[in-house]
Design a protein around this ligand. Structure first.
Ligand code: SAM
Length: 423
């Protein structure tokens, strides 16, 4: 195998085309995924799977490359974002017409909305009503009839076209709300609803125009095969044993980032009662800072030498809550990662292969060498694995947290690509 990785996993510089529909702070760069496809020598008849598909870079790259792909994520927001990127290029000429129709429909759907709708906590009444009306219009016009009701939606069956307009609504809502916090991974709710002062329908129209232009930037890079994208949990992958040829993915960071809270605005559009449902989503996420009772009783601590060592050091650290909360939350992360890697191994064919991008991080002064941990876990499963690429990253998501930034300014963070194969 000839390693042909010229680009870094992270998106740097200007992002164009479909990838620019939605900027996901945790997203891969398309160029990097293309390099990985070349390195893994992916063939047309291969099925590529990303169990942590996020913004859908793997599925988009596979669709352009011309091979079958499957993308899974636990967050419905990311299902919609990655589906939107699958939109056919020639749909560009219909976008304006559909936008006008949606706005017209939304005008007639502007009936009073439930006063418990979580949108009211973010924006003024007028804006909240317009957002919900557009949401209803998108559902009515573009969702399968059985899923047009907010309570029965199955995100797996939503088309790329419906997803495109949902993403436009996500963006319009973000613009309306403005920047709430310096931390891109934490949407801080305003103390009182923001007075937006811009007509939401006009904003939606502007966003769809911008997205049409972004779509047109992709003329040479258009998807030729549809990806299958669905909501699912990496700890229990709903795919048959030995059904996948190649895996290209990146697990959630081990830096206590809350991926659900990072998309709270979008989730509020998808679920007016998100306040009561958010905890469930957070709990189901890998790397979630929430500690689960049932994990505390698990005896399984075989997480490789490095994982064990990191956990022991965290437990013995003299800072507050290290032996309790932090130890438990890291332990939870490692055990769930192991469970997910077991699942990856199960769905992979014999001779199947893959690449995982994994970043190292720190707990206080303790290095959490996650690439090494993943390497050991894959080898424990009997896979052949090795590091084929590494870059140092000067900013880790963890550093956004000012407390940990104070802890050590001169740290090195590494993002490593681990190659593995099942034999
Ligand atoms: C590092 S991001 C992947 C980014 C992706 N490579 C891209 O290009 O956008 C990790 C993703 O894992 C998802 N995730 C977290 N817990 C999960 C679980 N238990 N099952 C499936 N996906 C999960 C998060 O929602 C997040 O989108």
């Amino acid at each position: 195998m000839k390693v042909q990785i010229k680009n870094t996993p992270k998106q740097i510089g200007k992002v164009t085309g479909r990838q620019a529909f939605y900027r996901y702070y945790a997203g891969f760069s398309s160029e990097y995924v293309r390099d990985i496809f070349h390195t893994l020598d992916i063939q047309d008849q291969n099925t590529v799977f990303d169990p942590w598909n996020g913004g859908g870079t793997t599925t988009l790259t596979a669709s352009i490359y011309g091979c079958q792909s499957i993308g899974m994520d636990i967050n419905p927001v990311m299902i919609i974002v990655s589906k939107a990127k699958q939109i056919p290029l020639d749909f560009w000429s219909s976008i304006q017409g559909v936008t006008n129709e949606l706005i017209l429909m939304a005008h007639s759907l502007r009936r009073t909305i439930d006063n418990k709708d979580a949108l009211f906590q973010w924006v003024d009444t007028e804006t909240a009503i317009s957002i919900r009306a557009l949401d209803r219009a998108i559902r009515k016009l573009l969702f399968p009839q059985e899923h047009s009701d907010i309570n029965t939606t199955n995100w797996n069956d939503i088309s790329s076209i419906a997803s495109f307009f949902m993403v436009a609504l996500f963006r319009a809502f973000r613009i309306a709300v403005g920047r709430l916090s310096s931390n891109p991974t934490w949407d801080k709710k305003p103390s009182s609803p923001i007075n937006v002062g811009i007509n939401l329908f006009n904003l939606f129209q502007d966003v769809t125009t911008t997205m049409t232009n972004q779509l047109l930037e992709d003329t040479g890079n258009t998807p030729i095969i549809d990806a299958r994208i669905f909501k699912g949990d990496s700890k229990k992958i709903p795919l048959n044993d030995g059904s996948i040829d190649v895996i290209v993915s990146s697990p959630p960071y081990c830096t206590r980032i809350d991926y659900a809270v990072a998309t709270l605005l979008e989730l509020t559009i998808l679920d007016p009662q998100i306040e009561s449902n958010l905890r469930k989503l957070r709990e189901s996420m890998l790397g979630s800072p929430i500690i689960l009772k049932e994990m505390e009783n698990l005896k399984d601590d075989s997480i490789g030498l490095t994982g064990r060592d990191v956990l022991d050091r965290i437990k013995k650290h003299n800072s507050k809550s290290s032996a309790t909360y932090y130890y438990k939350s890291y332990r939870r992360y490692f055990l769930e990662l192991k469970k997910s890697l077991n699942e990856i191994d199960r769905v992979l064919k014999i001779g199947g292969k893959g690449a995982l991008v994994v970043q190292s991080s720190y707990y206080k002064d303790i290095e959490v060498n996650l690439p090494q941990i993943v390497l050991e876990l894959t080898q424990e499963l009997g896979m052949r694995s090795r590091i084929i690429h590494e870059v140092s990253v000067n900013q880790s998501m963890e550093q956004i947290n000012t407390v940990s930034r104070q802890y050590n300014k001169s740290r090195m963070y590494f993002e490593k690509t681990i190659y593995f194969e099942k034999h």
